[in-house]
Structures are given as C-alpha cells and as structure tokens.
Design a protein around this ligand. Structure first.
Ligand SMILES: C[S@@+](CC[C@H](N)C(=O)[O-])C[C@H]1O[C@@H](n2cnc3c(N)ncnc32)[C@H](O)[C@@H]1O
Length: 284
C-alpha cells in the first residue's frame, strides 16, 4: 500500500465496474467514489452516443482483461450474496471493502448491517467521498491492517453479533497479502461466524495470466506499480484444507464458471483465469 493514499487497485476495480462492458450498469455509484478524471473516463460512454461501443472496446482491449474480469466477479458475488440474504442473514462483513458500493447500490441490503473493514487510508478516502450520500444499508466502518492487526474485537464493538449467521465477502484482497495473513484472517473469521454463515472469497492460483507472455510480465508490474504487489497464491485443494473441517466449499470456479452462473455478457476468455471464487458455508 502507498503510505497515506487510497489503494490503487481499489480505484482500478471501481473504474472497471463503473465502465462495464456494455449499457448494463454494474455499479452506478462508482463515479461518485472515483477521483474526477477516472470518474469521467468511467462515465464517458453516456455522452459518446454511437462511439460508446468503440470507446469501451478500446478500454477493454488495453487493460489486459481487467474490465471483463471485474464485471464477471461483481456479478457472480452479487448472485451469491442475494442467495445468502434470501436465507435470512442480516449482517454482511466486507473484508478489504475498498470502493465496493454494495451498501449503496443494493436495495436488498436495506435491512442489513454492513460492516466494511479496510486499510485505514483507503477507508478514510471512501468515507470522505461518501459523507453526503445516504445508503440504504446501515454501514459501519472498522479500519484494520490485515498484516498487523486483529479485527475480531473491533468488529464486535461495532455491533457484529457472532451468535447469528453472517455473510462475508473477501473480494480481490487475499492475493495482496502474505499467506500467513490470509490464514490468520480465515482463523478470525471462523471464530466469529456462526453456523449457517457464508463467505464468498476470491484467491489467486499460480500463473494463468491473459495475453500470453506480455500479460505474464506486464500484469504483476501494473499491480506492483499501484503499490500492491501480488503475493499469496493457493491451489484449490489447499484452500479447501484451510477451511476444513469447519466450512464446506459449495462453489469454487474461475471466471468461466462465473459467466455460466450469471449469463453475463462479459468475455471470460479475456479475464484473469488465475483468480477463483470460493463460496464456503459454516457447518453446524
Ligand atoms: C483490489 S482492492 C479490492 C477492493 C474491493 N474488495 C473490491 O473488490 O472492489 C484491494 C483492497 O484490499 C485492501 N487491502 C490490501 N492490503 C490490505 C491490508 N494489509 N489490510 C487491509 N486491507 C488491505 C485495500 O485497501 C483495497 O481496498
């Protein structure tokens, strides 16, 4: 992370959601969260008429699949969240929330308490940007550095009920942490999540970048330049072992499976096949 500055990768993924792959608005709140230049670039298609398609195609082609990837990721996690809420869960914890706008854009969260945990600098930036906007959800902020601090006590002090089932989202964060911080966070989560709780978490498997050798070299460089070098990787069986025996893995797919589940118009073959989404459920 760049000292005192909001996470660069959180700006990139919010931009991708704000732009989208076609007219469907994935994240209408993104332009309110982004710095002015990125906000204008994300909202540009609305003013470009016929040229909007060309503009989007150019951005999609020159950002190494980021736009298609993030659109698919948002849609598949939204789908899993909707089914968790359907089961009556009324508290959501978003770990490494960045500029995640679910608390503002999802009406389904209107009776849900949303706990946003993030690195202090990114959270400060987001709170400043959103101070005048009234979200449907009851949003509570907890700042934490996953590499240095434990969050369990602060989360409970903010009103989290560990006796009741909860939904958790850990989207696009674990790959920027050292492996021991990933395991430590999973341990804390297990101590807080009641039976019936669900976690949707993305993680990175080694290799598998789009755009061949160019992507293999350029993509890690882009993340490092944003101040967030890629770190932890896990194989699916290692992740399943990390969750055993308390959690059951109910879904574990890369973006091709996300597209099948959502019917998205984003192109999975352009996306990062190295990132997978695991959905796990806390056993009784
Ligand atoms: C790629 S962004 C993803 C943000 C959000 N989950 C989303 O998908 O829009 C990565 C997020 O991880 C957070 N992060 C990275 N390292 C962290 C750390 N050591 N402690 C807390 N948060 C961290 C950043 O602040 C940032 O919000």
């Amino acid at each position: 992370m760049r000292p005192g500055l909001p996470s660069g990768t959180s700006l990139l993924v919010s931009f991708a959601r704000g732009l989208g792959v076609d007219k469907q608005q994935i994240d209408p709140v993104a332009p309110q969260l982004l710095p002015p230049v990125l906000a204008q670039l994300a909202a540009a298609p609305r003013h470009l008429g016929e040229a909007a398609r060309l503009y989007r195609a150019a951005v999609r082609a020159t950002t190494f699949g980021l736009i298609d990837h993030v659109v698919l990721r948002t849609q598949v996690i939204d789908a899993h969240l909707a089914s968790a809420l359907h089961s009556g869960i009324d508290q959501l914890v978003i770990l490494g929330a960045g500029l995640d706008a679910r608390g503002w854009r999802l009406e389904a969260l209107k009776d849900v308490t949303v706990f946003e945990l993030d690195h202090p600098a990114t959270q400060r930036y987001k709170r400043r940007r959103m101070s005048q906007k009234r979200p449907p959800a009851d949003i509570r902020y907890v700042s934490v550095d996953f590499e240095r601090e434990r969050f369990a006590n602060a989360l409970e002090a903010a009103g989290f009920r560990s006796g009741a089932p909860s939904a958790w989202i850990w989207e696009g964060v674990a790959m920027y942490l050292p492996l021991d911080a990933v395991h430590d966070t999973l341990g804390q989560l297990t101590s807080l999540a009641a039976p019936g709780s669900e976690l949707a978490m993305t993680y990175r498997v080694p290799g598998l970048f789009p755009y061949g050798p160019l992507g293999r070299v350029a993509i890690p460089v882009v993340f490092a330049a944003a101040g967030e070098p890629l770190k932890a990787t896990l194989q699916p069986d290692e992740l399943a072992s990390a969750f055993a025996p308390d959690w059951e893995v109910t879904f574990d797919e890369d973006s091709r499976g996300w597209r099948t589940l959502t019917g998205s118009s984003a192109n999975a073959s352009r996306s990062f096949l190295s990132e997978r989404l695991a959905v796990v459920k806390r056993r009784s």
